[in-house]
Design a protein around this ligand. Structure first.
Ligand SMILES: NC(=O)c1ccc[n+]([C@@H]2O[C@H](COP(=O)([O-])OP(=O)(O)OC[C@H]3O[C@@H](n4cnc5c(N)ncnc54)[C@H](O)[C@@H]3O)[C@@H](O)[C@H]2O)c1
Length: 250
């Protein structure tokens, strides 16, 4: 019996990177997965099936209301319920780095549309079936750049700070309906080789600040994600769990 046996979990931004690791980790513990992304998730769905579970790949734009409603509808039509939503999709790897006055205006809006409005829209889409069930878990993904105040991409950092507030507000509102809402905050994970190659010194600097002095991998996030989705965290809501190898404390 897995930690999340038979649970139906939607993961956004599932096509690659950390989202893909979440899908595989959930499948190993028995969850049925809806892998949602702008990009094609059929490879991820196949990987989940190879692990012995069920999956559906859904094309979804988290910043578009109709698209998020379709994502929730597909989940309910296929599996009859939605136990958890992992709001992982973000505008991140392609973000412009540089002086604050050089952030393109349209990129600021894109960042907030995907990273803040997206988790709100996806939550809005899954809350009706969760309320009908009297249970549900929403996990919003933030970033250690908020605590660090990392310079060079203020639109991204500000969008991730908004996640901390969104989680608290939704946790208070949805708690009486039996729905838990938490934030999971990762540290730097240079899983994208092209991205990491642009700033090779960043991982070294961040690693040197950690209690555990090594590069973080997507798999380092999976155990805590499973905890927040599973019944082990049933009385935990509105919280922010940092997974950073000890680079900072709160
Ligand atoms: N990698 C890191 O260092 C790091 C650190 C802290 C937090 N995070 C957060 O973790 C999460 C995953 O990060 P990652 O490194 O795997 O990101 P990534 O950029 O590798 O992948 C993000 C995924 O989201 C998808 N996506 C983008 N816009 C979308 C939209 N509008 N609708 C649906 N899908 C969309 C992309 O297609 C992509 O598959 C993000 O929320 C990110 O902000 C990452």
């Amino acid at each position: 019996m897995g930690l999340v046996e038979d649970q139906v979990v939607i993961v956004t931004g599932a096509a690659k990177g950390i989202g893909k690791a979440y899908c595989e980790g959930l499948a190993r513990e028995g969850a049925r997965v809806i892998a949602a992304d702008l990009a094609d998730c059929s490879d991820v769905a196949s990987a989940v099936e190879k692990l012995g579970s069920e999956a559906v790949a859904v094309k979804a734009d988290v910043s578009d209301a109709a698209s998020t409603e379709n994502m929730a509808r597909v989940a309910v039509e296929r599996f009859g319920r939605i136990d958890a939503l992992v709001n992982n999709a973000a505008f991140y790897m392609a973000v412009t780095h540089g002086p604050m006055e050089d952030v393109p205006l349209d990129e600021w809006d894109l960042c907030f549309n995907v990273n803040v409005k997206g988790p709100w829209l996806c939550s809005r889409a899954v809350v009706p079936p969760m309320k009908a069930q009297g249970s549900g878990k929403i996990v919003n993904i933030a970033s250690m750049t908020v605590n660090d105040g990392t310079p060079g991409f203020p639109h991204y950092v500000a969008s991730k700070a908004a996640i901390w507030g969104l989680t608290r507000s939704l946790a208070k509102e949805l708690g009486p309906a039996g729905i838990a809402v938490n934030t999971l905050t990762p540290d730097y994970i240079p899983h994208d080789e092209e991205y990491a190659a642009q700033q090779p010194q960043v991982d070294e600097i961040i690693t040197s600040k950690r209690a555990f002095r090594r590069t973080m991998e997507p798999e380092d996030m999976v155990g805590t994600l499973l905890y927040l989705v599973s019944p082990l965290s049933d009385f935990v809501t509105g919280q922010n769990v940092w997974v950073n190898g000890g680079s900072g404390f709160h």
